[in-house]
Design a binder for this molecule. Structure first.
Ligand code: PEP
Ligand code: MN
Length: 346
């Protein structure tokens, strides 16, 4: 961190900054320049509170030399984090992992039909919300515990791993009892008590980007989980809100190579929420894999027109099968391969 002094800052102001840095327990090193002096903060652990220095007399600005997150950064760990699911599928390595299923678990028949269809098409992870975070309190909120039981039964039959959302700290244990991957939804990306709690869980976490979160904020949210001791974090780009109402969200695909440069953590894309429209899911799925996504999270419903949530963006089984076919081709072009369902035998 570098504290840049105003032009003409008085020597006692520079001494004041040096003293403040030392009082915080760090070393200060004044670097006099022709135009102005800068004071380097040395020996810090990345947790310096810049606001304490910004307000001091004579200070122009405080510049951050390194990223605010540490454990999530490539500096902390050079090689990719590779997460292994029960059955052997890996996320973050060469394989591209397809996670698919309904937005919400609605019934036994609906979930089993979806699970069989996505497995048949080539998915290795079944998605489905048992607890649904809905914008309106009057919308379908999910089946809760019964939904979890249906997910466990679908896994039993198909061998698919299960990713499902956990909404609050109180239900982490319950959801972790069934889920192979705990999903933190976009609305909860900055729910710090929840992040800390899943940071103490023994399950991989799929962390979705908040709808107005920067990439840096996403990585800081991941840092909360990593700092509690859970190294198994999968990031998810699911679209951010923009000025343009033409689409539900804007899927920020450039964030994928950006994150790969900044962090060792895997990142998957959710072209369903990222577009909000069935017809745009396939093109964005292809583009996400081309951009380097480590997997896809896709909403698939046996009868999208009857879905209790997100029907308009859910693919029918045959549309998902076509997506898998095309994504396999794209994966090959970028030197990767789609993880095979056969690897999920239990
Ligand atoms: C979901 O995956 O069903 C979901 C609610 O997504 P998000 O948190 O990204 O809105
Ligand atoms: Mn949904």
């Amino acid at each position: 961190m570098l504290v840049v002094m105003r032009r003409g800052a008085r020597p006692e102001e520079i001494r004041g900054v040096v003293a403040a840095i030392e009082a915080m327990g760090y070393q200060a090193h004044a670097l006099p320049g022709r135009q102005r002096t800068a004071v380097a903060v040395l020996g810090n652990d990345g947790r310096v509170d810049a606001t304490r220095l910004e307000g001091l007399p004579g200070v122009l600005e405080v510049l951050h030399v390194s990223q605010p997150y540490r454990r999530a950064s490539r500096e902390w760990q050079e090689g990719n984090t590779v997460i292994r699911l029960p059955g052997g599928t890996t996320i973050g390595g060469e394989e591209i992992v397809l996670m698919a299923g309904p937005c919400a678990v609605e019934s036994e028949a609906q979930l089993l039909a979806a699970a069989r269809a996505v497995r048949e098409a080539g998915a290795v992870v079944l998605r489905g919300g048992a607890f649904k975070p809905r914008t309106s309190p009057y919308s379908f909120q999910g089946l809760g515990e019964r939904g979890l039981a249906l997910l466990a039964a679908a896994r039993e039959e198909t061998g698919l791993a299960v990713v499902t959302e956990v909404l609050d700290t109180e239900s982490v244990e319950l959801v972790a009892g069934v889920a192979d991957i705990l999903q933190i939804g976009a609305r909860n990306m900055q729910n710090y008590s929840l992040l800390k709690r899943v940071g103490r869980a023994d399950k991989p976490v799929l962390l979705k980007r908040g709808i107005a979160a920067t990439v840096s904020e996403l990585l800081l949210a991941a840092e909360y989980i990593l700092a509690e001791g859970n190294p198994q974090v999968i990031l998810c780009e699911r679209g951010v809100r923009s000025f343009d109402g033409a689409q539900r969200f804007v899927l920020d695909l450039a964030a994928i190579p950006l994150v790969h440069g900044l962090s060792h953590l895997p990142i998957v894309a959710d072209p369903s929420h990222g577009t909000g429209a069935r017809g745009r899911v396939l093109p964005m799925a292809r583009a996400a894999v081309a951009a380097g996504a480590d997997g896809l999270l896709v909403e698939v419903h046996p009868e999208p027109e009857r879905a209790l949530s997100d029907g308009g963006q859910s693919l029918a089984p045959d549309e998902f099968a076509e997506l898998v076919r095309q994504v396999r081709g794209v994966a090959e072009v970028v030197g990767r391969r789609v993880a095979e369902p056969a690897e999920v035998g239990r």
